[in-house]
Design a protein around this ligand. Sequence first.
Ligand code: ADP
Ligand code: MN
Ligand code: MN
Ligand code: MN
Ligand code: MN
Length: 366
Amino acid sequence: MLANSQPGTNKEVLKRHLELEQPKGLVQVEYVWIDGTGEGVRSKCRTLDFEPKEAKECPVWNFDGSSTGQSEGSNSDMYLHPVALFRDPFRRGPNKLLLCDVYKYNQEPTETNNRKSCADVMRRASEAHPWFGIEQEYVLLDYDDHPLGWPKNGFPGPQGPYYCGVGANKVYGRDVVEAHYRACLYAGVNVSGCNAEVMPSQWEFQVGPCEGISMGDELWIARYILYRVAEDFGVVVSLDPKPQTGHWNGSGAHCNYSTLAMREKGGLKAIEAAITDLEKKHMEHIRVYDPRGGEDNARRLCGSFETSKIDSFSAGVANRGASVRIPRQVAADEKGYLEDRRPSSNCDPYRVTEALVRTTVLHEDF
Ligand code: ADP
Ligand code: MN
Ligand code: MN
Ligand code: MN
Ligand code: MN
């Protein structure tokens, strides 16, 4: 249960080993990719004999896809194509985290490689300069899948004092949150904030604004870093959109979105036009806003706990019970961005950002 009682780990001993000098010119590069569930991340490491400055300098690599739900055993070599490079906050020094997308033996993207199509859409819509900021909500759990810090036989007091809470009886797991925030900044992730959420042991961090394809890249690496930091503390991260049934908030991934036209003077008109487009495509968006075609979000988007109902579209200024909210300041400034509150915490940000741009900029189906 406690980090120190986890078998096989001793941070003091580890520190001694990691003080060994790293030979000059040799760099450890951790290749990170999305697995066959479309939600999980995997990684493995290799040594390069130079320090890469860009992802494309790193060699294409492969892995055994039959062990990650990505291929059958008979044709199991999968290719890792480097797409985004970050500093490694765990190994530090010249070492890197390298986000990759995944291709099959025939160079076709795998079923859960949603990046390729997203990158294509972002290229075609580049003149609109789409910006995104995603609010990633999540819940910290003990090894037994019980929320961190909750009494083992019973429940904490009702929601109310926990959101942005302070104090040992209000928040659980702040060490993980603080470590993750700094690790993201070090890595080069555009993390813009964090806060304790409504359910105890539930937290949020925000990444953005990020333009185009970088939103998905940065959020996936931020998730990877979160899993690794939590692993160090012996804590489990859940991105399930409704980990506790009953009177407990679920977790979302609100996607704040703007185009250049929305950010310019009088941009509210462009925001309103986008909302009209989004209303017509509501169910299409719901299908790509979680990894199970809307099934996951059906547990969360119930019309209460600051959510809208899954089967109807609504929009409003400062309305946290709407599908899409126009922040009050944006209405006052008559320009800015909109907040799509529908994406589930375990959504693929490549699919969400692609859908937003297809619907509101390119006006095409997906
Ligand atoms: P909330 O009030 O819904 O909790 P947050 O402060 O958690 O909002 O998150 C707001 C997000 O909106 C941040 O990630 C921020 O980067 C993003 N954001 C701010 N301005 C824009 C913009 N013009 N376009 C897209 N995203 C934006
Ligand atoms: Mn092997
Ligand atoms: Mn927020
Ligand atoms: Mn939130
Ligand atoms: Mn929000």
